[in-house]
Ligand binder design. Structure first.
Ligand SMILES: Cc1cc2nc3c(=O)[nH]c(=O)nc-3n(C[C@H](O)[C@H](O)[C@H](O)COP(=O)(O)OP(=O)(O)OC[C@H]3O[C@@H](n4cnc5c(N)ncnc54)[C@H](O)[C@@H]3O)c2cc1C
Length: 205
């Protein structure tokens, strides 16, 4: 597998193709990550939510991070990481134009509001639904992609008798051991090698 950097253009293309990511914000030293839907347009991510922990944290600290990816397999994927700044598109005259634009983008997708705007019961209490439209701008983006390369044969860890060169010393060791065994079988007082040769030629029984 090979991991390469994506160009900024290719990274932005991924953001434009996908809708789903993970949004991270932080309060003090505590990070908080939630799954969310967004729409990318012209260097901004647009999203819809209701007031809750993430909105309160982003209001207090607008520096956020988003991750999105396309995963085919563990060896084939693309992912982007975006650093940006939270900006709430307030329901004020100043923001009317950009709110209408965000709404046009978001409503391209069916039931775009539902994941954010759903009856939520937490700790036996229904959570109030106060809608919030926001965008993340000032995007700094990095992208990586993994591609499978040629299959690599894992190194053979078994001892090879043919190509390691170790067969030489092993065979010589075996020869010595066998030789010693033969010698130990030779009758006392005889020279083992001579005795073995004579026995092989049938000169002795
Ligand atoms: C596929 C998918 C898409 C989603 N899209 C959106 C979207 O576009 N917009 C949107 O606003 N929300 C979306 N959500 C829901 C989102 O992930 C949050 O759950 C929701 O926004 C509430 O977040 P909050 O910070 O307001 O939590 P609060 O309601 O304030 O929650 C309080 C506590 O609940 C816990 N909690 C919150 N969310 C989750 C969670 N998802 N899983 C487990 N524990 C949780 C946390 O510990 C948090 O401290 C989506 C969820 C999924 C799975």
């Amino acid at each position: 597998m090979l991991i390469q950097e994506l160009t900024r253009l290719a990274s932005l293309d991924l953001l434009a193709r996908t809708r789903f990511g993970r949004l991270a914000c932080a309060q003090g030293t505590q990070p908080y990550v939630v799954p969310f839907y967004f729409v990318y347009d012209n260097d901004c991510l647009y999203s819809f939510s209701t007031v809750g922990q993430k909105i309160e944290w982003m209001r207090a600290n607008p520096l956020v991070c988003v991750e999105a990816d396309e995963v085919v397999s563990p060896e084939q994927w693309m992912s982007v990481i975006v650093f940006g700044r939270y900006e709430e598109l307030l329901d004020t005259p100043e923001y009317q134009g950009v709110r209408a634009f965000a709404h046009t983008l978001l409503k391209r997708h069916a039931v775009w509001w539902e994941p954010a705007y759903a009856k939520t019961i937490l700790h036996r209490t229904e959570r109030p639904l106060v809608p919030v439209v926001y965008r993340i701008h000032g995007l700094q983006i990095t992208g990586h992609r993994a591609i499978p390369d040629q299959p690599v044969t894992p190194p053979d860890t078994r001892l090879s008798m043919t190509d390691s060169g170790e067969d030489c010393w092993l065979q010589s060791l075996l020869r010595q051991v066998r030789g010693k065994r033969k010698q130990s079988r030779a009758p006392a007082g005889r020279r083992p090698l001579l005795w073995a040769r004579r026995r092989a030629s049938g000169r002795i029984a």
